[in-house]
Design a protein around this ligand. Structure first.
Ligand code: KIV
Length: 256
Protein backbone atom coordinates (compact mmCIF):
# COMPACT_ATOMS: atom_id res chain seq x y z
CA UNK A 1 0.00 0.00 0.00
CA UNK A 2 1.38 3.45 -0.94
CA UNK A 3 1.80 6.08 1.76
CA UNK A 4 -1.35 8.00 0.80
CA UNK A 5 -3.63 5.08 -0.07
CA UNK A 6 -6.57 5.16 2.36
CA UNK A 7 -6.74 2.56 5.11
CA UNK A 8 -9.68 0.20 4.59
CA UNK A 9 -11.53 -2.37 6.71
CA UNK A 10 -9.88 -5.06 4.51
CA UNK A 11 -6.47 -3.61 5.45
CA UNK A 12 -7.43 -3.95 9.15
CA UNK A 13 -8.48 -7.58 8.63
CA UNK A 14 -5.23 -8.33 6.75
CA UNK A 15 -3.21 -6.72 9.55
CA UNK A 16 -4.36 -9.60 11.77
CA UNK A 17 -3.16 -12.21 9.27
CA UNK A 18 0.18 -10.35 9.07
CA UNK A 19 0.28 -10.27 12.92
CA UNK A 20 0.65 -6.51 12.66
CA UNK A 21 -0.62 -4.77 15.79
CA UNK A 22 -3.29 -2.10 15.36
CA UNK A 23 -2.93 1.09 17.39
CA UNK A 24 -6.22 2.99 17.12
CA UNK A 25 -6.90 6.33 18.80
CA UNK A 26 -9.90 8.58 19.24
CA UNK A 27 -10.04 11.99 17.54
CA UNK A 28 -12.80 14.55 17.72
CA UNK A 29 -11.47 17.57 15.82
CA UNK A 30 -9.46 18.69 12.78
CA UNK A 31 -6.02 19.40 14.32
CA UNK A 32 -5.97 16.21 16.36
CA UNK A 33 -7.07 14.16 13.35
CA UNK A 34 -4.27 15.71 11.26
CA UNK A 35 -1.63 15.13 13.91
CA UNK A 36 -2.64 11.51 14.51
CA UNK A 37 -2.86 10.84 10.79
CA UNK A 38 0.59 12.34 10.25
CA UNK A 39 1.76 10.04 13.07
CA UNK A 40 0.57 6.99 11.13
CA UNK A 41 -2.45 6.01 13.25
CA UNK A 42 -4.50 3.73 10.96
CA UNK A 43 -7.94 4.23 12.51
CA UNK A 44 -9.39 7.40 14.02
CA UNK A 45 -12.38 6.66 16.23
CA UNK A 46 -14.79 9.55 16.68
CA UNK A 47 -15.99 8.00 19.91
CA UNK A 48 -18.98 9.12 21.94
CA UNK A 49 -16.38 9.49 24.72
CA UNK A 50 -16.34 13.02 23.31
CA UNK A 51 -19.33 13.51 25.63
CA UNK A 52 -16.96 13.44 28.60
CA UNK A 53 -13.60 14.70 27.30
CA UNK A 54 -14.88 17.41 24.95
CA UNK A 55 -18.40 18.34 26.08
CA UNK A 56 -18.02 17.85 29.85
CA UNK A 57 -20.93 15.42 30.33
CA UNK A 58 -20.75 12.82 33.14
CA UNK A 59 -21.08 9.90 30.69
CA UNK A 60 -21.90 9.12 27.05
CA UNK A 61 -25.69 8.96 27.42
CA UNK A 62 -26.28 12.64 26.59
CA UNK A 63 -24.40 12.47 23.29
CA UNK A 64 -26.69 13.00 20.28
CA UNK A 65 -26.51 12.37 16.54
CA UNK A 66 -25.99 16.13 16.10
CA UNK A 67 -22.92 16.07 18.35
CA UNK A 68 -21.54 13.04 16.53
CA UNK A 69 -22.14 14.42 13.02
CA UNK A 70 -20.50 17.73 13.97
CA UNK A 71 -17.32 16.05 15.26
CA UNK A 72 -17.18 13.49 12.44
CA UNK A 73 -17.27 16.35 9.93
CA UNK A 74 -14.39 18.10 11.74
CA UNK A 75 -12.26 14.91 11.67
CA UNK A 76 -13.12 14.21 8.01
CA UNK A 77 -12.05 17.76 7.15
CA UNK A 78 -8.45 16.61 7.79
CA UNK A 79 -8.83 14.20 4.82
CA UNK A 80 -6.89 11.54 6.70
CA UNK A 81 -5.33 8.46 5.21
CA UNK A 82 -6.70 6.78 8.33
CA UNK A 83 -10.07 5.08 8.37
CA UNK A 84 -12.62 7.21 10.24
CA UNK A 85 -14.95 5.17 12.49
CA UNK A 86 -17.86 6.96 14.19
CA UNK A 87 -19.86 5.82 17.20
CA UNK A 88 -23.62 5.51 16.85
CA UNK A 89 -24.65 7.31 20.05
CA UNK A 90 -27.00 6.25 22.86
CA UNK A 91 -30.42 5.04 21.68
CA UNK A 92 -29.68 5.89 18.03
CA UNK A 93 -29.92 2.22 16.92
CA UNK A 94 -32.90 0.80 18.77
CA UNK A 95 -34.32 -0.77 15.58
CA UNK A 96 -32.61 -1.91 12.35
CA UNK A 97 -34.37 0.92 10.46
CA UNK A 98 -33.18 3.58 12.92
CA UNK A 99 -29.68 2.08 12.87
CA UNK A 100 -29.51 2.30 9.08
CA UNK A 101 -30.84 5.88 8.96
CA UNK A 102 -28.34 7.08 11.57
CA UNK A 103 -25.42 5.11 10.13
CA UNK A 104 -26.13 6.83 6.80
CA UNK A 105 -26.07 10.24 8.51
CA UNK A 106 -22.63 9.54 9.98
CA UNK A 107 -21.33 8.35 6.62
CA UNK A 108 -22.72 11.50 4.98
CA UNK A 109 -20.91 13.56 7.66
CA UNK A 110 -17.62 11.92 6.58
CA UNK A 111 -17.23 8.63 8.46
CA UNK A 112 -15.99 5.49 6.68
CA UNK A 113 -17.60 3.09 9.17
CA UNK A 114 -19.76 3.10 12.30
CA UNK A 115 -19.42 1.39 15.69
CA UNK A 116 -22.20 0.18 17.95
CA UNK A 117 -22.34 -1.45 21.38
CA UNK A 118 -23.74 -4.91 22.12
CA UNK A 119 -23.64 -8.53 20.99
CA UNK A 120 -26.23 -11.06 19.78
CA UNK A 121 -29.11 -8.65 20.46
CA UNK A 122 -27.63 -6.14 18.00
CA UNK A 123 -27.15 -8.60 15.14
CA UNK A 124 -30.30 -7.40 13.27
CA UNK A 125 -28.94 -3.82 13.40
CA UNK A 126 -25.48 -4.91 12.20
CA UNK A 127 -26.96 -6.96 9.35
CA UNK A 128 -29.22 -4.11 8.27
CA UNK A 129 -26.33 -1.62 8.20
CA UNK A 130 -24.09 -4.09 6.35
CA UNK A 131 -26.88 -4.67 3.79
CA UNK A 132 -26.53 -0.95 2.95
CA UNK A 133 -22.84 -1.49 2.23
CA UNK A 134 -21.76 0.36 5.38
CA UNK A 135 -18.86 -1.10 7.38
CA UNK A 136 -19.38 -1.78 11.10
CA UNK A 137 -17.20 -2.22 14.20
CA UNK A 138 -18.65 -4.09 17.20
CA UNK A 139 -18.09 -3.23 20.87
CA UNK A 140 -18.31 -5.83 23.67
CA UNK A 141 -17.45 -6.08 27.35
CA UNK A 142 -18.13 -3.01 29.42
CA UNK A 143 -20.61 -0.97 27.38
CA UNK A 144 -20.38 2.72 28.35
CA UNK A 145 -23.85 3.47 26.94
CA UNK A 146 -25.31 1.02 29.52
CA UNK A 147 -23.64 2.69 32.52
CA UNK A 148 -26.95 3.80 34.04
CA UNK A 149 -28.61 0.36 33.79
CA UNK A 150 -25.41 -1.28 35.10
CA UNK A 151 -24.87 1.25 37.89
CA UNK A 152 -21.19 1.82 36.99
CA UNK A 153 -18.28 0.59 34.90
CA UNK A 154 -17.58 -3.08 35.67
CA UNK A 155 -14.95 -5.51 34.35
CA UNK A 156 -16.64 -8.18 32.19
CA UNK A 157 -15.95 -11.90 31.75
CA UNK A 158 -15.17 -12.66 35.40
CA UNK A 159 -17.63 -15.58 35.67
CA UNK A 160 -17.73 -18.60 33.35
CA UNK A 161 -21.25 -17.59 32.20
CA UNK A 162 -20.21 -14.03 31.40
CA UNK A 163 -17.11 -15.22 29.60
CA UNK A 164 -19.10 -17.78 27.56
CA UNK A 165 -21.69 -15.13 26.62
CA UNK A 166 -18.94 -12.76 25.46
CA UNK A 167 -17.53 -15.50 23.21
CA UNK A 168 -20.99 -16.19 21.77
CA UNK A 169 -21.54 -12.44 21.22
CA UNK A 170 -18.18 -12.05 19.48
CA UNK A 171 -18.87 -14.95 17.07
CA UNK A 172 -22.37 -13.61 16.35
CA UNK A 173 -20.97 -10.16 15.49
CA UNK A 174 -18.28 -11.66 13.27
CA UNK A 175 -20.90 -13.75 11.43
CA UNK A 176 -23.08 -10.62 11.03
CA UNK A 177 -20.21 -8.89 9.19
CA UNK A 178 -18.37 -6.53 11.54
CA UNK A 179 -14.74 -6.02 10.51
CA UNK A 180 -13.35 -5.55 14.04
CA UNK A 181 -14.56 -5.75 17.63
CA UNK A 182 -13.56 -3.45 20.50
CA UNK A 183 -13.23 -5.37 23.77
CA UNK A 184 -13.53 -2.95 26.67
CA UNK A 185 -12.66 -3.93 30.27
CA UNK A 186 -12.75 -7.66 29.54
CA UNK A 187 -10.71 -10.00 31.77
CA UNK A 188 -7.45 -10.75 29.92
CA UNK A 189 -7.99 -14.54 29.59
CA UNK A 190 -11.40 -14.03 27.95
CA UNK A 191 -10.09 -11.25 25.70
CA UNK A 192 -7.26 -13.54 24.57
CA UNK A 193 -9.61 -16.51 23.97
CA UNK A 194 -11.95 -14.32 21.87
CA UNK A 195 -9.04 -12.86 19.89
CA UNK A 196 -7.71 -16.33 19.09
CA UNK A 197 -11.14 -17.59 18.02
CA UNK A 198 -11.93 -14.83 15.50
CA UNK A 199 -10.58 -14.07 12.02
CA UNK A 200 -11.31 -10.35 12.42
CA UNK A 201 -9.15 -8.19 14.68
CA UNK A 202 -10.04 -7.46 18.29
CA UNK A 203 -9.14 -4.04 19.67
CA UNK A 204 -8.65 -3.92 23.42
CA UNK A 205 -9.14 -1.14 25.92
CA UNK A 206 -8.48 -1.95 29.57
CA UNK A 207 -8.50 -5.68 28.69
CA UNK A 208 -4.88 -6.51 29.58
CA UNK A 209 -1.63 -6.11 27.68
CA UNK A 210 -1.40 -7.76 24.25
CA UNK A 211 -4.47 -9.95 24.73
CA UNK A 212 -6.09 -8.43 21.62
CA UNK A 213 -4.89 -7.77 18.07
CA UNK A 214 -4.59 -4.07 18.78
CA UNK A 215 -5.53 -1.35 21.22
CA UNK A 216 -7.59 1.81 21.30
CA UNK A 217 -7.22 4.71 23.71
CA UNK A 218 -8.96 8.01 24.21
CA UNK A 219 -6.42 10.55 22.93
CA UNK A 220 -6.95 12.82 25.97
CA UNK A 221 -5.93 9.93 28.26
CA UNK A 222 -2.83 9.12 26.21
CA UNK A 223 -1.50 12.70 26.16
CA UNK A 224 -2.72 13.88 29.59
CA UNK A 225 -5.21 16.42 28.23
CA UNK A 226 -8.02 15.58 30.70
CA UNK A 227 -6.23 15.75 34.07
CA UNK A 228 -9.35 15.40 36.23
CA UNK A 229 -9.74 11.72 35.44
CA UNK A 230 -7.41 9.10 33.97
CA UNK A 231 -8.53 5.44 33.75
CA UNK A 232 -6.39 3.10 35.90
CA UNK A 233 -5.21 1.07 32.88
CA UNK A 234 -3.73 4.10 31.05
CA UNK A 235 -0.11 5.21 31.35
CA UNK A 236 -0.15 8.74 29.91
CA UNK A 237 2.71 9.47 27.50
CA UNK A 238 2.42 13.23 27.74
CA UNK A 239 1.18 16.04 29.97
CA UNK A 240 -0.71 18.41 27.72
CA UNK A 241 -2.55 19.86 30.72
CA UNK A 242 0.78 20.93 32.26
CA UNK A 243 1.93 22.46 28.94
CA UNK A 244 -1.28 24.53 28.74
CA UNK A 245 -1.09 25.58 32.39
CA UNK A 246 2.56 26.63 32.04
CA UNK A 247 1.92 28.59 28.83
CA UNK A 248 -1.06 30.40 30.37
CA UNK A 249 0.90 31.18 33.52
CA UNK A 250 3.80 32.61 31.50
CA UNK A 251 1.45 34.65 29.33
CA UNK A 252 -0.28 36.15 32.37
CA UNK A 253 2.99 36.72 34.26
CA UNK A 254 4.61 38.54 31.36
CA UNK A 255 1.50 40.68 30.86
CA UNK A 256 1.33 39.83 27.18
O1 KIV B 1 -16.23 6.28 22.76
C1 KIV B 1 -15.07 5.81 22.70
O2 KIV B 1 -14.08 6.52 22.68
C2 KIV B 1 -14.93 4.36 22.66
C3 KIV B 1 -13.57 3.81 22.97
C4 KIV B 1 -13.24 4.06 24.37
C5 KIV B 1 -13.47 2.39 22.60
O3 KIV B 1 -15.87 3.67 22.41
Amino acid sequence: MSDRERITPAWCRQAKTRSERLAWLTAYDYPTARLLDEGGVPVLLVGDSLGMVVLGFPDTTQVTMEHMSHHVAAVAQAQPRALVVADLPYRSYETPEQAVANARRLIEAGADAVKLEGGQLRVPQVEAIRAEGIEVVGHLGMLPQSVKEEGGYRIKGKTENESAQLRVDASALEAAGVFAIVLELVVPETARAISQSLRIPTIGIGSGGRTCDGDVLVIHDLVGAFPWFTPKFVEPRGDVAAVIREAVEGYRRDGA
